[in-house]
Design a protein around this ligand. Structure first.
Ligand code: GTP
Ligand code: MN
Ligand code: MN
Ligand code: MN
Ligand code: MN
Ligand code: MN
Length: 193
């Protein structure tokens, strides 16, 4: 587990770089194959390096607030202005993979039509599309036969601690039960062997 610190403490640390990423999500009544409720839309992205992660990026707190920097990164990577405030901040961590990097995590709930518009803009207008971002992806939250759905998704490779950020966000937003999360993690682990 990455070491967690407060937003205030993070901003007083000298010689650290800061990165802000966000989970954009919302409810959906759509059904896969006309029968399996997808329940929620949760957005991540396929990065240029082949790893999954959340939209966002490096922010320079001496030139911009964390939230203004995140809004700038979202504009580059998703192609739309998404209002983000301090109330969307959920955690700040010393990065487990990158020394002297502090990763700030945000969560924002949006309406389904807004999320769909954002998915279109990510292809149509985002300057980073096809470059630093290879595409937005939705996280499958359901369970199919033989590990299909969330277990397979979790068996992929993720940047830094974004996989842990995803799991804790799914729990804190109440998108899946503790039992479902444990089952998905257990099945994903069996696939990686
Ligand atoms: P450049 O414009 O090329 O600088 O990229 P960027 O500003 O978009 O930065 P990026 O999104 O790659 O994030 C910077 C660093 O934060 C990465 O090198 C990772 O170490 C880390 N990182 C990237 N995505 C995530 C994420 O979803 N969660 C966490 N915790 N860390 C991330
Ligand atoms: Mn089909
Ligand atoms: Mn970026
Ligand atoms: Mn980025
Ligand atoms: Mn950047
Ligand atoms: Mn860039």
């Amino acid at each position: 587990m990455a070491e967690q610190i407060t937003r205030e403490d993070a901003l007083t640390r000298e010689g650290h770089r800061h990165a802000c990423h966000i989970m954009l999500y919302g409810d959906s009544s759509a059904k896969l194959f006309g029968k399996i409720p997808i329940k929620h839309i949760v957005l991540m992205q396929m990065r240029f390096d082949g790893l999954l992660g959340f939209p966002g990026g490096l922010v320079n707190p001496s030139e911009e607030t964390l939230e203004a920097g995140l809004i700038r990164e979202l504009h580059e990577e998703v192609g739309v202005a998404v209002p983000v405030g301090v109330d969307n901040h959920v955690s700040s961590c010393l990065s487990p993979s990158c020394p002297r990097l502090i990763t700030h995590f945000y969560i924002k709930k949006m309406a389904e039509p807004e999320l769909k518009e954002l998915e279109r803009a990510a292809v149509a207008t985002a300057t980073d599309h096809g470059l630093e971002v290879l595409g937005m992806v939705r996280v499958p939250l359901y369970f199919l036969k033989n590990g299909g759905g969330l277990p397979y998704f979790l068996s992929h490779s993720f940047i830094s601690n974004s996989r842990a950020q995803l799991l804790s966000a799914l729990q804190s937003c109440g998108l899946l039960s503790q039992g479902e999360l444990e089952k998905a993690v257990r099945q994903a682990q069996q696939m990686r062997r």
